[in-house]
Design a protein around this ligand. Sequence first.
Ligand SMILES: Nc1ncnc2c1ncn2[C@@H]1O[C@H](COP(=O)(O)OP(=O)(O)OP(=O)(O)O)[C@@H](O)[C@H]1O
Length: 254
Amino acid sequence: MTLLEADGLRKTFGGIVAVDDVSFEVERQEIVGVIGPNGAGKSTMFKLLAGFHKPDEGTVTFDGEDITDLAPNERTQRGLVRTFQIAQELTGMRVMDNMLLASQNNPGEKVLAAAANTSSVREFEGNARDRAEELLKFLELWDLRDEYAGNLSGGQRKLLELGRALMADPELLLLDEPMAGVNPDLTDRLLQRIMDLRDERDMTFLVVEHDIEAIMRISNTVIGMHDGGVLSKGTPEEVQSDERMLEAYLGGEV
Ligand SMILES: Nc1ncnc2c1ncn2[C@@H]1O[C@H](COP(=O)(O)OP(=O)(O)OP(=O)(O)O)[C@@H](O)[C@H]1O
């Protein structure tokens, strides 16, 4: 069943066409990886889905609803969530407090409903604390709960960013370069947790990533972008063996 649909998305900046007639669907409980050479339009497409850019043309549909005109936080409340880099002012806060603050800033629909149904704010905070504990254990960050976020390694920070996004109880999580700055020993854990979230918690992912090997390992479907458009779409094997993608990466010299 389709959860997210991009239909005819186009975005220009002055004379530059960054995204041109991009259409695709993301099915529930799949991981969709987006790859492509520099300037292919991946980040712009990501921002169109997250609501940071408005398209010149086209629509974004989530869970059957046209969300093209919704702001990022309105998308978050509907379950379409993106990760954020830990802001500078949060690096001086402890890991646990980072998690709790994320739930206050970005409560998802289910979290809001829970707050409305509980008799006191304290109970809501207790629920958030329980959820933060469960997620930190799931991400193997529990032992670091009292550490300042600024002291975490690149990979641990990425796991915390994932944890903060999970506090909003997403249905679909948009991940922008989750592997950037992650050392190899944490790469496996991060990829495994993303697959666990799909397999055990029915979550759906769209991942923009330069690390093609990582994308090939976790994705059900890969979208290959080039020159603002979708050049190739299929299983990881299909896209990897698509000669047009190879040409795109090599600048058309093949
Ligand atoms: N805010 C902007 N203003 C002007 N041009 C932009 C803007 N954002 C993106 N572009 C241009 O749009 C095109 C697509 O850029 P985009 O960042 O989406 O590609 P990308 O595939 O994410 O690249 P990279 O892998 O290098 O991050 C590029 O030519 C880029 O220079």
